[in-house]
Design a protein around this ligand. Structure first.
Ligand code: FAD
Length: 283
């Protein structure tokens, strides 16, 4: 099916894009198009204007210095998966990006588009939570920052306001952190039935602190505080991690249940994939 007609603009700068978006909040931003274009073609959305961000080279970067990392919104999954800057705990983001869809989707899809779209089965939101990312939103009125824990509000819903463009994702990690992402893929679509991201701050074999997050299991990604508390201050062993994750699935308040996977199966797989992500992060 073809999309409904729309006007099209391809601004040359973020300032120009913000002017256009501020004047037409019903417009849609086009980044990689990997979610937006199918939505338009199915006529689930009929925006009057598409603002194509793809000329904004100023939003394509991964910068890392002194444990602080900043990533431009138009950075693709491919660039994240291959980035030399995403080491230690940040590996969970690189691994989540490498686990997305197929080569074509990874070449085009962007971190900004993924987080702004907030698909409940998307991979990057779990990594954003585990990394305690700060999300930068720009508008004509200026800039504000939103913590990842406040950003995801439910199915395809975020804290972004009309006229705001997600411009950057930031996080800081202590030295000696490890990270990993593990995913149970839907056999047809490749989306996460369950995805688990883990970031551990390690001191030798002992875990100083842990952050573990799930995606694919409910309307929005979620942290697993009980698992994190059980690991903090402990030597990481397979037995400990198995015990800590035994109730991970029970922390999901309203688990998704559909023709692909029942709520019960998702809960059980949450235990397994949280455990795998933690052990890989600690390795
Ligand atoms: C075949 C296929 C398989 C896929 N498999 C997976 C998978 O396994 N895992 C996974 O996580 N995803 C998967 N996806 C979805 C893919 O990751 C999308 O790329 C992603 O959801 C959106 O990123 P995008 O850059 O393509 O954004 P677009 O599709 O261009 O935009 C998506 C939405 O975000 C908004 N938006 C985009 N950029 C910004 C911004 N900077 N600020 C504010 N709003 C913005 C747009 O207006 C739009 O509403 C798959 C997609 C396809 C087609």
């Amino acid at each position: 099916m073809l999309s409904a007609p729309f006007e099209y603009a391809a601004p040359e700068s973020l300032e120009e894009a913000l002017d256009l978006f501020g004047g037409q909040p019903n417009a849609r931003l086009l980044a990689g198009g990997q979610s937006l274009i199918p939505t338009l073609k199915l006529r689930l959305d009929r925006p009057p204007l598409l603002i194509d961000l793809r000329k904004l080279e100023e939003l394509r970067y991964v910068r890392s210095e002194d444990g602080k990392t900043a990533i431009g919104a138009l950075t693709t999954y491919r660039d994240l998966a291959r980035s030399d800057a995403l080491t230690g705990g940040a590996r969970c983001l690189a691994q989540a990006a490498a686990a997305v869809g197929d080569l074509q989707v990874r070449n085009l899809g962007t971190i900004g588009g993924s987080l702004a779209h907030a698909d409940p089965s998307a991979d990057l939101p779990a990594a954003a939570l585990a990394l305690e990312c700060t999300i930068v939103a720009r508008s004509k009125g200026g800039e504000r920052t939103i913590e990842a824990s406040d950003f995801f509000r439910g199915l395809w819903t975020t804290a972004l306001e009309p006229g705001e463009i997600l411009s950057e994702v930031r996080f800081a990690l202590p030295a000696g952190s490890g990270g990993a992402y593990e995913k149970l893929r839907h056999s047809a679509s490749g989306f996460a039935l369950v995805g688990a991201a883990a970031v551990l701050e390690m001191n030798g074999e002992t875990c100083r602190s842990a952050r573990v997050a799930l995606t694919g299991v409910s309307g929005a990604p979620l942290r697993l505080p009980a698992v994190e508390e059980r690991l903090a201050g402990q030597a990481i062993t397979e037995d400990l991690v198995r015990e800590a994750c035994a109730g991970a699935g029970d922390a999901i308040d309203s688990p998704q249940s559909d023709s692909s996977a029942s709520a019960e199966y998702r809960r059980a797989m949450a235990n397994v994939f949280a455990r795998r992500a933690i052990l890989r992060a600690a390795a």
